[in-house]
Every structure is written in structure tokens, then in C-alpha cells.
Design a protein around this ligand. Structure first.
Ligand SMILES: Cc1ncc(COP(=O)(O)O)c(C=O)c1O
Length: 385
């Protein structure tokens, strides 16, 4: 059959490859970004109750009003922003879908989209599938800061959008208010739309505050903000998220969404609405910070080099240049096979496969998983090659 290749990503994603390799070699899987600990029992009970109470048919296309209102209240409380649940929030089957649909609703053939790299792996295929052109701009390693001159230089009269991710996968860095101000300055006088992937917004450490694009009055008018319940409440398999955007962008988003999936899992929406309405919720931030701290403390006994502790997200990057000079993908495969720990090589997050000898660990794991993984890594004799 003569089938079109809609995007440049070839074969299976590295996440699937590394997870399969981990299973094959009975390795501890610190590669893919998903927790190995259970969801809050109450959330499970609420989901079961929703099914038993008969909430099993289609919900309204934009999402249950009750859930959208709850999200709006949550943002008022946490970010002091007013969001209209009716015209600005759409519930989606996860954040990846939200990003894809946002791009589909704004992109036309030949448009350009700026992607700061390293970047989460769905962005580029999403852009290309919509016939648009990716314009990569590298962040500056090892601190992974934005070079604003390079962003400015990347803008042309075809630039339709820029995608931002904070807290950042894979580097764990976070944007400050100053970064958003710089972006606002660069975009002033253009029609460029911001797609802001904020799935790790609640997983931020060391007393730092996440700064959302929704808090930036100037940028908010031109932005889609993308969120994931899965990442925050450790239920990635539910694939539940939401997109917040001003009414005009939300209208464009829903015009695609209504024909892509129409409506999202109803019992999960009931469960999440009730869960989020509780007076107090578990402290996910503190829980994840403890995991990051535990991971970093134990990692000191290994030959890996840490440039900066993750400020947020599920991820810690580490350099292995003093262990080996293997290319990073080869190193990650070797580590899985020889030492029984699966990770992700950071070059896969660059379109030019830039290799700085850095791998990404996911620390959103039980303490016993982290401990067992580091015990294995501590056995590495440095240097190997
Ligand atoms: C930066 C980023 N965005 C989006 C997603 C996907 O979120 P969801 O599972 O809700 O589609 C991930 C998952 O790894 C991610 O790291």
C-alpha cells in the first residue's frame, strides 16, 4: 500500500523501546515518565462510584460543567486568575491530545512553529502531521536556558506558533516571570500563538512557584495552556487533561475537538470533579520533592554528574561523560543490559540528535524502586571506556 509518511519520526518511540528493553532484561524502569505507586484510594473509590451510579454515557462536548467549574475555582485559588469555565476550558483525553488539537486548530500547510529543544517527543510529529514546518531553537546546555536572540532570529512572517514547556521534560528546568516577559517582548507586534505545555505545574520543588502563561496578562490573550490530571494525580493511564484558552482560541479548538473525540470519559470526569472539590488534597508537591531529594542523595554514590537539581517535573538529567564516551543511546542500552537500569538518552529530544552525554532518569517511583536502581548504578566502575 502507498501510505503517506505524515511526519519525520521513524519507527517506535524511544520510550516504548526502552520500556520493552527493561522488560526483556528484567531491568528497573526509570525511563518512561509514569509513577509506579498507586493513585489515591479515594480517587479510585470515586471512579467506581461514578460507574455504579450510572454516569456512563457521553458527557457534553467541552467537558462536564461541574468539572470545568471546579478547574476554574482551582485556578482562582492557586494562581489568582479568573477563568470562565464555560468559554475557556475544554476537558481532553490527556495533554498530548490537547497539544495536537491546539496545533490542528491553528496550523495550515507551510506555517512555521518554533520548538525549543530538547523537547517532548510528540511536538514535532504533531506539527508536521498538520503540514507545518518545525523551526528548532536549542536551549543552552547544561543549564538549558533560552537564548532570546536565537528565538528572535527564528521568527519569520510564516511563524504561526511557539511551543513552551515548563516545568520542562526532559531537563527539569522551570521558566521564571522574566522568561515570560522576554517571550512577550519578542512576540509583541506579531500574531504568533503560544502553546504552553504545563503538565508538571504542581510538581515544583525547593519552594519555587510555577508561573503559568495564564498569569501573564499580555501573553494569555494569545495562548493555549495545556494540563494533565495524569501527571499530577499519578494516574497517567486515565489519559485525562484539559486545555485553557481565551474564547476565540477555545472556539477554534472545540471545532476540531468535536470531530476528533467529541467527548471525554464521563466517569473519570465525575471522579476528578469530586476529588478536586475536597477541602484538602494530598500534597503532591511535597511527595514528589521527597522522591527527588532521595534520588539525588543516593545518586551521589554513583559516578554520574548532576549539573543542577530538577526544579520541577518527574525528571533528573545526569551527565555520564566521566563514565564512558559512548553515544547516549548506546550508553542507555548498555546501562539497561549490563546494570539493569533503563533511562532515556537526551539526544532523542533534539531533532539533530545533539549528544551531550546526558541521560534522563524518572524519579516518580516508590522509594524501594529508587533504592534498588541506585544500588545497581553504584556498581558502575568509572571510567568504563
Ligand atoms: C511535557 C509533557 N507533555 C505532555 C505529556 C503527556 O501528558 P498526557 O499523558 O496527559 O497526554 C507528557 C508525558 O510524558 C510530558 O512529559
Amino acid at each position: 500500500m502507498n501510505l503517506p509518511q505524515k511526519h519525520s519520526a521513524k519507527g517506535t518511540t524511544i520510550f516504548t523501546v526502552m520500556s520493552a528493553l527493561a522488560t526483556e532484561h528484567n531491568a528497573i524502569n526509570l525511563s518512561q515518565g509514569f509513577p509506579d505507586f498507586p493513585v489515591d484510594e479515594n480517587l479510585g473509590v470515586l471512579l467506581a462510584e461514578a460507574v455504579q451510579n450510572g454516569y456512563n454515557q457521553y458527557s457534553p462536548m467541552p467537558g462536564l460543567p461541574m468539572l470545568r467549574d471546579t478547574i476554574a475555582n482551582d485556578f482562582k485559588r492557586r494562581y489568582h486568575v479568573d477563568i470562565d469555565g464555560t468559554n475557556e476550558i475544554t476537558v481532553t483525553p490527556g495533554a498530548t491530545y490537547g497539544i495536537y488539537t491546539a496545533f490542528t486548530s491553528i496550523l495550515q500547510k507551510g506555517d512555521e512553529v518554533i520548538v525549543l529543544e530538547p523537547a517532548y517527543d510528540s511536538y514535532i510529529p504533531n506539527i508536521e502531521t498538520n503540514g507545518a514546518i518545525v523551526v528548532p531553537v536549542p536551549l543552552t546546555a547544561p543549564a538549558f536556558t533560552v537564548d532570546w536572540n536565537r528565538v528572535k532570529d527564528a521568527i519569520t512572517n510564516k511563524t504561526k506558533a511557539i511551543i513552551i514547556n515548563t516545568p520542562h521534560n526532559p531537563t527539569g528546568t522551570m521558566w521564571t516571570r522574566g522568561d515570560w516577559d522576554n517571550l512577550a517582548e519578542v512576540l509583541r507586534g506579531t500574531d504568533i500563538i503560544v502553546v504552553s505545555d504545563e503538565v508538571y505545574e504542581q510538581l515544583v520543588f525547593d519552594g519555587k512557584e510555577h508561573y503559568s502563561v495564564l498569569q501573564h496578562e499580555e501573553l494569555r490573550e494569545r495562548s493555549f495552556a495545556i494540563f494533565s490530571f495524569g501527571k499530577v494525580y499519578h494516574n497517567t493511564g486515565w489519559k485525562m487533561g484539559y486545555v485553557i484558552a481565551p474564547p476565540e482560541l477555545t472556539k477554534a479548538f472545540r471545532s476540531i475537538h468535536q470531530f476528533l473525540c467529541f467527548s471525554v470519559n464521563t466517569p473519570a470526569q465525575y471522579a476528578l470533579a469530586q476529588y478536586l472539590s475536597q477541602p484538602t488534597l494530598p500534597d503532591v508537591k511535597n511527595m514528589m520533592q521527597q522522591k527527588r531529594n532521595y534520588f539525588l542523595e543516593l545518586l551521589k554514590d554513583t559516578p554520574f554528574t548532576i549539573h543542577q537539581p530538577a526544579a520541577g517535573s518527574y525528571f533528573q538529567t545526569a551527565q555520564y561523560a566521566n563514565i564512558s564516551d559512548m553515544p547516549d543511546t548506546e550508553f542507555a542500552i548498555w546501562l539497561t543490559k549490563e546494570y539493569g537500569v533503563a533511562t532515556i538518552p537526551v539526544s532523542v529530544f533534539y531533532s539533530n540528535k545533539q549528544d551531550d552525554k546526558i541521560i534522563r532518569f524518572c524519579f516518580a517511583k516508590k522509594e524501594e524502586t529508587i533504592k534498588a536502581a541506585i544500588e545497581k548504578l553504584s556498581a558502575i566502575k568509572s571510567p568504563v571506556l
